[in-house]
Design a protein. Sequence first.
Lengths: 83, 485
Amino acid sequence: MVVINVCIGSACHLKGAYNVLERLQQLIKDRDLEDQVTLKAAFCLGQCTQAVSVRINDDGVVAVSDKDVDEFFEESIIGRLSN
Amino acid sequence: MRRFETDVQLIKYEVLKEVARYTLEGTLEKNFHKIPKKIDPGPRPRIRCCIHKERAITVERVKLAMGGDKDNKNEIEVINAACDECPINRFTITEACRGCLAHRCIESCPVKAIYQVGKRAYINPEKCIECGKCKSVCPFNAISDVMRPCKKACHVSALYIDEEKIAVIDNEKCVQCGSCVYQCPFGAIMDKSYIVDVIELLKKAKAKDELRVYAVIAPAISSQFTYVRIGQVVKGIKLLGFHDVVEAALGADMIAYNETLELAHRLKSSKVMTSSCCPAFVAYIQKHYPSLIDKVSDSVSPMVAVARLIKSMDENAKVVFIGPCTAKKAEAKESHAVGSVDYVITFEELCAMIDAMDIRLEDCEDALLDNASYYGRIFARTGGLAKAVEHVVEAEKLDIECKPISCDGLAECDKVLKLIKADRLKGNFVEGMACFGGCIGGAASLHHGPKDRNEVDKYGQLAIEKEVKDSLRVFDLDSLNLTRD
């Protein structure tokens, strides 16, 4: 199981966290990955300057903008699942 | 620079700040007895008869700042030593009386309590029923009306005066709105503070990575720290050690949505539903109109809603609500809220904590604050909730005609509740706000002014999410319990 935490604290929210989250929800649904990927919202992941903050499992926080959600999903999620 | 409205507010702040400072140092137990002398250095008293009485009163304030009388369930307590035994006789004849021929005062008195004594009228306090007719007919305006400010402030008749002329709160009637706390000119009534618990919790969180304390701030904050920007206040709160600052207005969005669906459902079998956001309003119905309790929405308040949301997202979260309200302190202890909201503090207490840590808000950079929609944010002023409900009815295309009635202050709430009881209300949704102006008029607000309402509306317009549904779109609210059972 892969858990994706998306920060929706104020800084990330203003930089489009809701769009990132909604796009990820859509991608998971489209690929039928609900059993393998859990998407969670979180308040403040502590990296407010590089929003939108996203953390996979207990890894480090990465910044994902709403423009590169698809790319992030392919590389970090699909990539991880196929390993 | 911060300016206090009165010295009552200033002294309360000084006491809270000293208690906060010693708590931060970890020396409160050892040093709390030093506070009175620090605040009242003497040798002359500020206003009381002597410096010793002044310090004795400060001792009581310190006790309240440290949590007050644990055996008294009321969040509001009278400091007997500070109560100045204001005159009980409400109407008295002043020197302006000419002892005139018409003496309309005597004629108008329904209980014959006024006589002419010498060249002046006299009101017999034993007979006077305080109807005020004499005052309104006197052509010289010679009759003074000096109702005790605490009694005048209490719209639920929960305050009486004992034989010693000291104010006493009847806990069975009191709704803990804090109106008397704000109105007593001698600062003799105060709300209990949880500032010590909150600082200890923040200290624990600092030492333990897995414990995170979230500050939930009421939207009324927009009218409070007027000498700095709101982003600077948010930064200040984070510097106190809070993991994040979340708007209670997000909870207001959740409740606006939830309560509107509930309204649509209820109107199928009932004529009216009231809001449940304001704890003093809910308590007023419980204590004074028990037969109407089933008209109150089952929804939790925005404070509880957002606290539950935070805890559903982070199992190691503790939640501290920061607002203008004393009744919220009582609400947080109700069985449905226990476990959701850990502590409630007020803007006054926040201010004291910030200063105790020597955080200068003026020098803080701006942190961001944006979790809620325009509608969630305007809950802070009377009319906001009604507007939000109307908006949800329209946006969700609900098949009901929403006829909201907003009650500004407990006196208006009372009128509307009487109409519901008599089945004569011309509306179907009642927004009840115990404080005049709404939450911005809360007893523990630092600032009460005519422009506060505009400040709230301006703050509302800054929200990037415009509609209730927009700010809720990423949450799975179905999995969250938003009822008070």
